[in-house]
Design a protein around this ligand. Structure first.
Ligand SMILES: Nc1nc2c(ncn2[C@@H]2O[C@H](COP(=O)(O)OP(=O)(O)O)[C@@H](O)[C@H]2O)c(=O)[nH]1
Ligand SMILES: [Mg+2]
Length: 427
């Protein structure tokens, strides 16, 4: 069963550099001292074992990191924004598309398979330089500064193959399917049964803002005894499962024997199932017979030394409480596990480096320059200012771009496109 959400990731914009001049006593106009802007925050997804579904994103579809701050006078650098860290489940596959370009194609960005794996999905913009940075021997008082670069915007699609946090076990007719339906009725996403191998039936159980995945695992008892093969997927679910809810039919003649039988099956199945913490769900409490059984067997149930709750999967009496209790137990186990993995260093997937620049003639004959540095400069320098334009051309010349444009036959006064910005070439 696959869960999927679409999100919009918006990184923070870089803070603007500012224009400022030193003020000193008796000096009418000091040198430039405008500070640089700070970096905008990145948006980063991090895989966390304690998160088991993408449910949280049904109400949070926009991930926005803060902008960097503008620079100040006296060379004060604007503060950089923090990275927005967004927890996602282990096993989340991340697809991304550049939201700024209509023709951008979706690409596979990351497979966050294990705890701590992370990926930057939208990079924050660089801060702009203050006017101090543009001072040269021939231009000692630049009256322009650079704007911050816009943060990346990306359309994301997250895909997750759901794995069970909680396994429902119990004899046939105990009420496992009924309980799963009662728990996940708000989100009717219970998968259909394939018939070749037994696969557990899954349900997403929402608890406030959090959620867990419960699996009905009839195969353990019903399937194994019929000689039906358990799929590889089934074992993956069992490995992930942290808590078992052991459903007991209290209307049956010998509920204690039923519990013992399941315990034996769990032990003989192996894979650590018998060691997982259990909650007993004493089911069908709506029936007077079942209620009488619970009272009669109270002391023996206590002797089993595991938590139990009385429920009716059919009338849903006690099922929300059981869901909360189960969720708490899952979380407490995750906290133990987290303490162990906390020291691990997250794996960062580096952004592919683009070449410095490319210059060609576009279909309409207008020369086009692409590349992160020229595009950054063209989109952040205030090109309506003559000095700033001059600065841009000088930097492009130093990068060797002027030479390539020259070869393309570009003359002074011709239009040139740098990324999304069109300027009149002037050298
Ligand atoms: N009276 C009563 N019947 C229930 C309850 N839960 C399940 N049943 C019935 O018990 C039978 C078996 O339930 P099912 O969920 O299919 O059990 P499973 O084999 O463990 O999946 C069905 O006829 C259900 O309607 C309950 O809380 N009260
Ligand atoms: Mg069933």
């Amino acid at each position: 069963m696959i869960d999927q959400v679409e999100l919009h990731a918006v990184a923070g914009n870089g803070g603007d550099g500012i224009v400022s001049f030193r003020r000193e006593k008796f000096v009418p106009r000091g040198g430039p001292d405008g500070g640089d802007g700070g970096r905008g925050g990145d948006v980063t997804l991090v895989a966390q074992r304690r998160v088991s579904t993408l449910s949280a994103f049904h109400s949070r579809q926009r991930l926005k990191a803060d902008d960097g701050r503008s620079g100040g006078p006296q060379q004060q650098r604007g503060g950089s924004a923090d990275t927005l860290i967004v927890p996602v489940p282990e096993g989340t596959i991340v697809w991304a598309r550049d939201a700024a370009r209509a023709d951008a194609e979706e690409e596979l960005l990351a497979d966050l398979a294990t705890e701590g794996a992370s990926v930057v999905v939208a990079r924050g913009g660089r801060g702009g330089f203050g006017n101090r940075r543009f001072a040269t021997s021939t231009r000692q008082a630049p009256r322009f500064a650079q704007r911050g670069l816009l943060g990346q915007r990306r359309q994301l699609r997250l895909e997750l193959k759901l794995l069970a946090d909680v396994g429902l076990v119990g004899l046939p007719n105990a009420g496992k399917s009924t309980l799963l339906r009662a728990w996940s009725h708000a989100t009717p996403r219970v998968a259909a049964y394939p018939f070749t191998t037994l696969e557990p039936e899954l349900g997403v159980v929402d608890i406030g803002y959090d959620s867990f995945v419960a699996a009905d695992m009839p195969g353990l008892i019903e399937g194994a005894s019929q000689g039906v093969g358990l799929g590889h997927e089934f074992l993956r679910h069992i490995e992930r499962t942290r808590v078992l809810v052991h459903v007991v039919d209290m209307m049956a003649d010998a509920p204690l024997d039923a519990i013992a039988l399941i315990d034996e099956e769990l032990a003989s199945f192996g894979h650590g199932l018998a060691d997982k913490p259990q909650i007993l769900a004493l089911n069908k409490i709506d029936s007077p017979d079942a209620r009488a059984h619970v009272e009669l067997l109270g002391p023996q149930l206590k002797a089993l030394d595991r938590p139990w709750m009385e429920i009716s999967a059919a009338t849903r009496e006690g099922t929300p409480e059981l869901a909360r209790r189960t969720h708490q137990l899952v979380c407490s186990i995750d906290e133990l596990a987290e303490a162990v993995v906390a020291a691990e260093i997250p794996v960062l997937r580096p952004e592919p480096r683009r070449s410095r620049f490319e210059a060609t003639r576009g279909e309409d004959g207008v020369p086009v320059v692409t590349g992160s540095t020229p595009e950054w400069l063209a989109s952040t320098l205030p090109l309506e200012d003559r000095e700033a334009r001059h600065e841009l051309f000088q930097r492009l010349r130093r990068m060797g771009i002027a030479r390539v444009l020259d070869r393309l036959g570009v003359k002074s006064g011709d239009e040139v496109r740098i990324g999304d910005v069109t300027v009149r070439w002037d050298v």
